[in-house]
Design a protein around this ligand. Structure first.
Ligand code: ADP
Ligand code: ADP
Ligand code: MG
Length: 709
């Protein structure tokens, strides 16, 4: 059982902790001093309310009520937090109103069954006079269970069902019920530290009707959760069923309620209507399309914000979406009636389906028209001429990739530089009429050819640290990309492909030894904060590149993606970002020799690990983007060059040395404070060691020039 900490110690932890929680924001020293010694009439304390939030820095909210009275006894803390979360200016709530069942204004939201997989509405209720989890004990939990079972016996007709105690249920039954989205589980860390799982599984259980369309959860997070759900999009039927059940049960149970807060729940985010109406809805296109307004993220997030909806993964709060299916529900629960909440949800979902329809994958012909009639400086526009388009338009690769898969991103992003990706390895041959001219143009070669791999003699490189003064180079990184032979690239890869590749990669990582030994961290299930930090520190990729997004690079995100690295984070592997694999060697400072040597050792070890990499006699190692072909090698420094970079000759200087300058947060980002990412530009038609030497000479010239200016 969770032991609640000492109130002063908890507060010290919170003050020290790095968290964006609402608890930290609103529990000021002044409020803490005012409340720390107060108690509710059944002995509830501030420590019980904040225990979880002080111990879990990843909490979004961080505050629970120890019992129904806490909302008044500790109101100096609860009120501002509630107003903040529910976006209201006063803690007040209207009288319950479920609407007129004969004039709801909606019925089935998706009669054709195109988008909505299932619909669910739940409300939470608490027994008046009983404590919430921190103050409850075995006896109280059993009392609540008994009381509820008796009340449930009054349900009849389709609502009639049976109660199953978690104490008596077999593990297999429990697992199946969870899998099918009927039953709760005890895996929420925040709820655990809020005492939510104390005495587990005593007093917990589930009631459901024969058809499993009406359910009651007993003593999960709330004393009671009433749930109505079914397959498909018939929101009206789901809603009417819930309302009938709640109205019947009200006659036999006394629910905790307050004039200011509406129905009282354990977590302040559920107060008021306590109503969460959700659909599991398949909207892969919306999830993939980039925001129309500034900033990263998807159109789906944007639309959800606009309609007060909340997207979740399909296995409940704090999980990720799988296969383009999301759990989308109303976000607001307080300060509006039940009927308003369900109507708000209905309006948002209707809009979401409309947009998803509009985004129906554009046919190749439409993409072509967009490109032909649009203004674009891309290599795609330049080289996909009418005759070549006509020659290629009906071709298909063995893995079923089409020209549309290759050019979708470039046609929908006319500001692309390149504009064309390969849908799979074979595309380089099937669509060579457009890809080869693009490749020649980008890599500035007259003929498409590439030497055999040659990493040079790593014992005799002839260079070492490029900046012993440590004044210019901040860090050095070398990466190469590899594709797994036989697997499609992002536009045609399926969820299954991604998972299979990840499993193979994981086996291969196990074979690494010495300095290269490390751990694989899948993105699926990785805490969002950890993810952001790794990206910020330049170790991890993210899903914000709109060119890659449009090329299906983030489909099924984050399943099948991950990062492997050694403890020092000097050797890293990206799994299923843009390429199937990216091997990266990096460290602080300018020691290119050390970084390159580590990379070469790693590539050789991975070649022995059993993975087979796609390779082409004319193109070298095959990558998703034609700009990376050949050596696939990008050797870069983050370098401080405030003078050279503001000189009008900067671009010409880089061109002269075949260098490319990027912002320090990756491709398509801006530079910050005179620091640039400078790397070799050429990857095709020269060997690995030649590419690195070219970068080495260029960076030396950059430093010499910066010194001069
Ligand atoms: P709540 O806030 O209602 O407790 P959770 O996000 O914790 O919601 O999810 C509880 C369970 O309900 C999960 O198993 C989830 O998959 C399931 N669920 C939620 N919405 C739906 C829906 N529309 N259809 C099917 N199952 C759903
Ligand atoms: P790539 O083409 O290798 O994928 P990106 O431009 O997308 O490169 O950058 C990937 C990540 O690598 C970014 O977070 C970027 O900041 C980081 N990065 C690139 N070069 C360096 C370097 N020399 N030192 C530290 N981080 C780097
Ligand atoms: Mg929940």
């Amino acid at each position: 059982n969770e032991v609640v900490g000492d109130v002063d110690e908890l507060y010290a932890m919170l003050q020290k902790g790095n968290t964006k929680s609402l608890l930290k924001k609103h529990l000021t020293q002044e409020r803490f001093d005012l409340l720390k010694d107060k108690k509710t009439s059944i002995g509830g304390t501030l420590a019980q309310c904040i225990n979880s939030g002080c111990k879990n820095m990843h909490s979004g909210v961080g505050l629970y009520a120890c019992d129904p009275e806490a909302y008044e006894v500790f109101k100096e803390l609860f009120d501002p937090l509630i107003m903040d979360y529910h976006k209201i200016t006063k803690v007040e709530h209207p009288t319950p109103d479920f609407g007129d069942m004969d004039k709801l204004g909606f019925d089935d939201l998706d009669p054709a069954g195109e988008f909505i997989v299932s619909t669910r509405v739940r409300v939470g209720r608490s027994h008046a006079g009983f404590p919430f989890p921190p103050g409850a004990d075995e006896q109280k939990r059993r009392d609540m269970e008994d009381k509820t079972i008796k009340a449930l016996e009054h349900l009849d007709g389709d609502l009639k069902g049976e109660y199953f105690s978690l104490e008596k249920m077999t593990k297999e039954d429990e697992k199946q019920l969870i899998e099918d989205h009927f039953l709760f589980k005890d895996d929420d860390k925040c709820l655990r530290s809020a005492c939510g799982y104390n005495d587990w599984p005593i007093g917990r259980g589930i009631y459901f009707s024969k058809d499993k369309k009406f359910l009651t959860w007993i003593n999960e997070e709330d004393h009671l959760r009433f749930i109505s759900m079914q397959k498909g999009g018939d929101l009206a039927t789901v809603w009417k069923r819930l309302v009938t059940a709640v109205k019947t049960l009200e006659k036999n149970l006394n629910f905790a309620k307050s004039n200011r807060h509406g129905y009282l729940t354990f977590c302040p985010t559920n107060l008021g209507t306590t109503c969460r109406a959700s659909v599991h809805i398949k909207v892969p296109k919306l999830a993939k399309a980039a925001r129309e307004t500034e900033g990263s993220g998807s159109r789906l997030d944007e639309v959800c914000e606009k309609f007060n909806l909340q997207p979740r993964g399909i296995h409940g709060e704090h999980t990720e979406s799988v296969g383009g299916v999301y759990d989308i529900s109303n976000k607001r629960r307080m300060g509006l009636t039940e009927f308003d909440a369900i109507t708000e949800m209905k309006n948002g979902i209707v809009e979401i389906m409309k947009i998803e329809k509009e985004l129906e994958i554009m046919s190749l012909e439409e993409l072509w028209k967009k490109l032909k009639n649009g203004e674009s400086n891309s290599l795609l526009k330049k080289h996909l001429t009418e005759p070549i388009y006509n020659k290629l338009k009906d071709k298909v690769t063995y893995l079923k990739g089409t020209l549309a898969d290759c050019i979708r991103s470039g046609c929908n992003n006319l500001d692309s530089g390149c504009g064309i990706y390969a849908c799979d390895a074979e595309a380089y041959d099937v669509f060579s009429d457009v890809l080869f001219p693009v490749i020649k143009d980008y890599h500035k070669v007259d003929e498409v050819k590439h030497p055999n791999p040659d990493f040079g003699d790593i014992k005799n490189l002839g260079f070492g640290d490029l900046d012993p003064s440590k004044k210019y180079i901040i860090s050095t990184r070398v990466r190469v990309g590899r594709s797994l032979a036989g697997y499609p690239f992002p536009p045609t890869a399926t969820l299954k492909d991604r998972m299979e590749m990840e499993a193979r990669d994981k086996d291969a990582f196990e074979t690494l030894k010495g300095e290269l030994k490390g751990t694989y961290y899948p993105l699926y299930g990785m805490n969002r904060a950890t993810q952001l930090q790794l990206t910020e520190d330049h170790f991890l990729f993210n899903d914000s590149d709109r060119f890659l997004r449009e090329a299906s690079g983030f489909d099924d995100w984050p399943v099948g993606r991950g990062i492997f690295h050694n403890p020092q984070k000097t050797f890293l592997v990206w799994v299923n970002e843009e390429d199937h694999l990216r091997f990266i060697s990096m460290q602080m400072g300018g020691d290119l020799a050390a970084v390159y040597t580590r990379l070469v050792t790693a590539v050789q070890a991975m070649e022995k690990s059993g993975l087979k990499f796609a390779h082409h006699h004319k193109l070298g190692y095959l990558t998703f983007c034609p700009t990376n072909l050949g050596t696939t090698l990008r050797a870069s420094v983050h370098i401080r060059i405030p003078k050279l970079s503001t000189n009008p000759e900067f671009k010409a200087f880089c061109d002269r040395f075949n260098l490319q300058a990027r912002g320090i947060h990756g491709e398509h980002t801006e530079s910050v404070g005179g620091v640039y990412d400078i790397s070799n530009k050429r990857r095709l038609g020269l060997t690995e060691i030649e590419a690195v030497q070219e970068m080495r000479k260029g960076v030396e010239a950059v430093i010499a020039e910066e010194r001069k200016l």
